[in-house]
Design a protein around this ligand. Structure first.
Ligand code: NDP
Length: 256
């Protein structure tokens, strides 16, 4: 069994999740990662994390599936015997942007199951386990949600995504209140425009927004920007911030 702190990161092998995994591996965490790709596909990335000193395990698991979520926590227990930090990062963009007057219900359901229902119930199961292991816990325990500025900025061509992230914002606050008595802190980080596969399809639109809307530096955010912030929260540097939202958007959503 490991003596290092253990973090479970959903969707932790590319994009923002990979940035978080790299930072946490360097900052002393062992890692359980999950995604939908095969272990062979992600193996080179896992090895790069081990070079940072972490023990790393991967399970192919879909966060929208109850069985997969259960398998994921069982695999974490088997590999490490403990869980200190859960990062709910995995998420999807709408497969097809569609005006909310036209959008279909099946796509809505798939996105909500992945972006909201999956993280919500993974948190429930992980929290139950964290509470059970509380007696022997020596460390700061946290649940960190990767939300989005789409929780507060209306985009009528992807209502499903906006609703899922508004739901995550409330879920984060609900869990912060419910888990406080067990000493578990809960946070949301709220990225703006981050350079990943998810945003590469709408590059020109975001280039324009960045030029017009950011403070200090007109640049794309990076997975490393998010990783640094998540690490501060995961390491228990600011537990006084439980229940709060940390915007990571270069100032995009500051009202002017
Ligand atoms: P990417 O599309 O680049 O990566 C998505 C990650 O989530 C991948 O690791 C993918 O795994 C995993 N994933 C997707 N669906 C599932 C699923 N059903 N079960 C398990 N894993 C899944 O996205 P980003 O890195 O950009 O986004 C990460 C998070 O950040 C999302 O929640 C997104 O909404 C949020 N976000 C992103 C912003 C951005 O500008 N990029 C801005 C604000 C928020 P696999 O590789 O195996 O498919």
């Amino acid at each position: 069994m490991t003596t290092r702190n253990v973090a479970l990161i959903t969707g932790g092998t590319r994009g923002i999740g990979a940035g978080i995994a790299e930072r946490l591996a360097s900052d002393g965490f062992d890692l359980m990662l999950t995604g939908r790709r095969s272990e062979e596909e992600v193996d080179p990335f896992l090895m790069s994390l081990e070079q940072r000193g972490a023990t790393v395990r991967y399970l192919r698991a879909d966060v929208s599936s109850r069985d997969d979520r259960e398998a994921l926590l069982n695999a974490t227990e088997e590999a490490f015997g403990r869980l200190d930090v859960l990062v709910n990062n995995a998420g999807m963009a709408p497969r097809r942007r569609a005006d909310i007057l036209e959008a279909d219900e099946a796509s809505f359901e798939e996105l909500i199951r992945t972006n909201l229902q999956g993280p919500y119930f993974l948190t429930q199961s992980a929290a139950q386990w964290m509470i059970r292991q509380q007696a022997e816990s020596r460390v700061h325990r946290a649940i960190i949600h990767v939300g989005s500025v789409s929780a507060e900025v209306v985009s009528v061509n992807r209502g499903d995504y906006c609703i899922s992230k508004a739901g995550i914002a409330m879920a984060s606050r609900l869990w912060a209140v419910r888990l406080a008595e067990y000493g578990i802190s809960v946070y949301e980080v709220r990225p703006g425009i981050i350079a990943t596969d998810m945003t590469s399809a709408v590059k020109e639109k975001y280039d324009r927004l960045i030029q017009e809307g950011l403070l200090l530096e007109a640049r794309w955010g990076t997975p490393e920007d998010v990783g640094r912030a998540v690490s501060v929260l995961a390491r228990g540097e600011i537990p006084y911030a439980t229940g709060s939202v940390l915007h990571l958007d270069g100032g995009l959503t500051v009202p002017r």
